[in-house]
Design a binder for this molecule. Structure first.
Ligand code: C5P
Length: 399
């Protein structure tokens, strides 16, 4: 994929070299165009070094035009990403102006355009900016963000540019190599561990990182699904366009799942839900009095099993993370929990288990047919698994 990054003159431009570096790392070919104001914040030489290509800054530069001219550059791109996009550049794009290189490239291209606004919260909230944003949206220009949080001006609110990692993830949406196998489908997924309190300062949990569930949520979204992700306590960013609900305990997760389950076409239980919780959480920190401490545990609700008993149950996919007899236990769970599909995962191997970036799965469906996915990154494995789920959806759910 070839992305032309347009940088305009806001303080968030200091993040643009990192954005370019991360895009390149994800396999994207990058060229950069900057407004004059952007060059006051960050040097074109820096962008040239990280992109590995000459940086264009001037519409009327004879030398640059003799190389890759602005029309050629506009044709070269599969996507133009403006990051950061200032209020001024957004206004000029809305007016269809071509008074500098970046705005001209946006007019001259037939490629999709995505804009990552970055500005002071009052400037973002101003009706003039909001009207301009609406105009861009009506022209099918994608607006990525902005995020909320601390701003360079010292205020806190909506107007921060999305972080480079999030922008990189959003750019994948424009990569038309992804098959749209789940267009129009709603998918709910749980991910990560749950955390069960013992007292105000201690808890029980497990080593699940959430990486597999988050990769699946993203793959489903890229395949066209409307995704809701219910995440246990993890430290991972998710796509801005995915609805994310953060929970802590198994009971919180159960409640969130049942609040979201109506109308879902697919449910994936990828979370490593704690099977037990402490029967009574101590109100105060438990003191070290004896050599032994005995905790009484009670069973947590089985979330996925409660979903498969629903009248209008969605297509249900479970995970079986096991350390021994992986396939045997996976098959038992498939039938006991009445699932449509189970993904057996050997977590005794640290190269493919919890917290690893890779995984290897044996996927078994309710008819007993199995497919083996050899070891590969959780991202590419997720794309394959999502396509397999799409193929196996009953035709009533597929159409
Ligand atoms: O923990 P267990 O090995 O039984 O997990 C198998 C499947 O059941 C997984 O998909 C997991 O997300 C789901 N599960 C659940 N609620 C639980 C326990 C497991 O949804 N309380």
């Amino acid at each position: 994929m070839k992305i032309l990054v347009g940088i305009s003159g806001g303080i968030a431009a200091y993040k643009s070299p990192d954005l370019v570096r991360q895009l390149k790392k994800s396999g994207v070919e990058v060229r950069v165009a900057m407004t004059k104001a952007a060059t006051s914040f960050i040097s074109p030489l820096t962008l040239q070094a990280v992109s590995g290509n000459p940086v264009s800054t001037d519409l009327l530069d004879p030398e640059a035009e003799a190389g890759m001219g602005h029309i050629e550059l506009a044709r070269w791109a599969d996507l133009i990403l403006i990051a950061p996009a200032t209020a001024d550049l957004i206004a000029r794009l809305a007016m269809g102006m071509a008074n500098d290189l970046v705005s001209t490239l946006c007019l001259a291209t037939t490629a999709p355009i995505a804009v990552a606004p970055a500005m002071n919260l009052q400037m973002w909230a101003n009706p003039a900016t909001q009207d301009n944003i609406k105009q861009l949206q009506q022209r099918n220009i994608s607006i990525l963000g902005p995020d909320t949080g601390e701003q360079a001006c010292g205020e806190t609110g909506l107007g921060r540019m999305l972080e480079p990692a999030q922008l990189v993830a959003e750019c994948e949406l424009f990569n038309n190599q992804v098959e749209l196998t789940l267009t129009g489908k709603k998918l709910l997924i749980t991910a990560g561990p749950t955390r069960e309190d013992i007292d105000p300062v201690r808890y029980l949990s497990n080593y699940s990182s959430g990486k597999m569930g988050f990769a699946l949520a993203k793959a489903a979204f890229l395949a066209g699904a409307e995704v809701t992700l219910i995440a246990g306590p993890v430290n991972i960013e998710s796509l801005h366009s995915i609805k994310r609900i953060n929970v802590i305990s198994a009971r919180d997760m159960y409640k969130a799942v049942h609040e979201q389950i109506t109308d879902q076409d697919i449910f994936i239980g990828c979370a490593a839900v704690a099977d037990y919780r402490v029967s009574e959480v101590a109100h105060q920190k438990i003191k070290k009095n004896d050599q032994q401490l005995v905790l009484t545990m009670v069973e947590n609700p089985d979330i996925i099993a409660s979903v498969t008993t629903l009248k209008n149950k969605p297509f249900c996919v479970g995970f079986a993370a096991e350390t021994t007899d992986v396939l045997k236990y996976a098959k038992q769970k498939l039938s006991k929990k009445n699932l449509n599909m189970i993904c057996a995962n050997d977590v005794s191997n640290c190269e493919i288990g919890f917290n690893s970036d890779c995984n290897q799965l044996t996927v078994i469906n309710a008819d007993g047919q199995s497919v083996i996915f050899e070891k590969e990154s959780k991202a590419s494995l997720s794309r394959k698994l999502i396509n397999l789920i799409a193929e196996q959806l009953p035709s009533t759910q597929r159409d």
